[in-house]
Ligand binder design. Structure first.
Ligand SMILES: C[S@@+](CC[C@H](N)C(=O)[O-])C[C@H]1O[C@@H](n2cnc3c(N)ncnc32)[C@H](O)[C@@H]1O
Length: 312
């Protein structure tokens, strides 16, 4: 297996329908402009939320320590220490002049039966709805998913905000993929929630309870604002088929790629932060080319020049 963390000179981005999934390092607008029209059946994006602060996480690790506060196997003591810092900036002077051209590219890149999921929070979602109505048409608005969770700090002088918003638009309201029988009815983990029916015919509502990625859970990569695989699994199962191409151009820790890979879809992930690319390399390392392989399933590359792709 090639060293997943080694930093080698990346290839130039060269997408082809029968080629490998791509992980692209660079500004997403430049990369998007080089991709052909109507390529992706599903686009999921989770842009920075414009919180006005840097998003920072320290990875956590448990080490053996004579003075540690946690008691473990055979009476050994352990303590949890902070590891490396991973961060990206989440402050924009003009958030909408940043996001709008990228959303317009997303529309161009969707197949005629494709679906866009835009993951935001209460700060920007209302502006996003107005803008997406203008590029897709309000008849193409399918749903607003409320992803509700109940962890983390709680405000004391207003209602604690414990949800994100995911806007869903289809390119063609008369012809889009919605695999309601493939969606798992994964039980969401909020204590005290009334038991929902389960089984093949149970279609979850537009309010999704799902715990956040736990600091000690096995999904945790240490990348800030990592989203749970359960949320992405539901999206990918509902709005794509095995073999389809899926795009996430704010890839972060690579959750979309990890779930797409597990569900037999191909993907393009784009992020400009080297820490994101390093995290994705580790996360997807089982799928990287090993020295004996003739075919790569996943290829790392740099964004090509920002010239628009010319069909034909
Ligand atoms: C909210 S995080 C995505 C988290 C991801 N959904 C996950 O589960 O890990 C947003 C990401 O957008 C990236 N980003 C911000 N501006 C970008 C740009 N112009 N081009 C590419 N990536 C960008 C940041 O580096 C960050 O990794």
């Amino acid at each position: 297996m090639a060293d997943a963390t080694a930093r080698e000179k990346p290839k130039t981005m060269n997408w082809s329908p029968s080629g490998p999934s791509l992980i692209v390092e660079g500004d997403n607008l430049a990369a998007l402009c080089s991709l052909p029209d109507e390529t992706f059946r599903l686009i999921y994006i989770d842009p920075p939320f414009n919180t006005g602060k840097a998003q920072v996480r320290h990875s956590l690790k448990t080490i053996r320590s004579a003075t540690g506060s946690r008691l473990g196997f055979k009476g050994e003591r352990y303590e949890t220490v902070k590891g490396a810092k991973v961060a990206y900036d989440d402050t924009f002077e003009d958030y909408w002049s940043f996001l709008q051209p990228r959303l317009t590219e997303a529309w161009r890149l969707l197949t005629d039966d494709g679906t866009l999921y835009l993951h935001l929070d209460y700060r920007e979602v209302h502006y996003a709805k107005v803008y997406l109505d203008s590029i897709f048409g309000s008849q193409c608005f399918l749903n607003e998913i409320i992803w509700a969770y109940d962890y983390g700090a709680r405000a004391r002088k207003k209602w604690p905000t414990k949800h994100d918003n995911i806007l869903i638009y289809v390119k063609n309201p008369d012809n889009y993929i919605f695999n309601k029988h493939d969606v798992d009815s994964e039980r969401y983990k909020t204590p005290g929630l009334a038991v929902e029916p389960s089984g093949r015919d149970f279609l979850p509502s537009d309010v999704w309870w799902h715990t956040i990625v736990s600091t000690m859970g096995k999904e945790k990569t240490g990348y800030p604002t990592q989203k749970p695989e359960g949320v992405l699994r539901r999206i990918i199962q509902a709005s794509s088929k095995p073999g389809d191409w899926i795009l996430d151009f704010f890839a972060g820790s690579g959750t979309t790629g990890a779930v797409a890979q597990a569900l037999g879809r191909k993907f393009v992930l784009i992020d400009q932060n080297p820490a994101s690319i390093a995290t994705i390399k580790v996360r997807l390392s089982p799928h990287l080319r090993s020295s004996g392989d003739t075919q790569e399933t996943v290829q790392f590359c740099a964004s090509s020049s920002p010239e628009r792709h010319l069909a034909g």
